[in-house]
Design a protein around this ligand. Structure first.
Ligand code: IDP
Ligand code: MG
Length: 165
């Protein structure tokens, strides 16, 4: 079996992308999914949930010493809106996913990026994307760890999207 993050550096690379509660509340789910779909990436995992505190704490474990950590976990878990978790697959999807999201602080995010187009505050930046292959492996395991939750399927578009040159 291939690892959860797929095979980084190939067309089978995978990343974890999420629409956070503010993005769901604001009706941006279809736009965010559509951007990845239209780019040519393949959706291999999708779920809607209010994450538990344990899941959010683990997801953001690297930030546990930050002053905004408690507020960040509350915003993700308070149930005022759910999170849409996704796994996307394709060439350079980890890096390109981050490029498509834009800078963490939306005030520094360029136009044409999701954050640059739709939000204004670092504490309400509507989306998440894994920042490395290691993070993708950890995050896909946390959010999609159950058997069969990441679906391996062949897109009939593949030969029209991916070429060696
Ligand atoms: P990323 O989401 O672009 O990877 P990280 O530095 O990993 O950015 O931070 C994770 C999340 O924590 C951010 O997306 C944002 O929601 C929140 N965050 C980061 N810095 C701040 C801050 O200074 N104030 C409030 N929230 C923050
Ligand atoms: Mg991060």
């Amino acid at each position: 079996a291939i690892p959860l993050h797929g095979v980084p550096g190939t067309s089978k690379e995978r990343t974890f992308i999420a629409v956070k509660p503010d993005g769901v509340q604001r009706g941006l789910v279809s736009d965010i999914i559509g951007r990845f779909e239209k780019r040519g990436y393949k959706l291999v995992g999708l779920k809607l949930l209010v994450p538990s505190k344990a899941l959010a704490n683990e997801h953001y474990a690297d930030l546990s010493s930050k002053p905004f950590f408690k507020g960040l976990v509350d915003y993700m878990t308070n149930g005022k809106a759910p999170v849409v978790g996704m796994v996307w697959e394709g060439p350079s999807v980890i890096k390109q996913g981050r490029v498509m999201l834009g800078a963490t602080d939306p005030k520094a995010a360029g136009p044409g990026t999701i954050r640059g187009d739709y939000c204004l505050s670092i504490g309400r930046n509507i989306c998440h994307g894994s920042d490395s292959a290691e993070s993708a492996e950890k995050e896909i395991g946390l959010w999609f760890g159950g058997k069969g939750e990441v679906v391996d399927w062949t897109s009939n578009n593949e030969e029209w999207v991916v070429s060696d040159n």
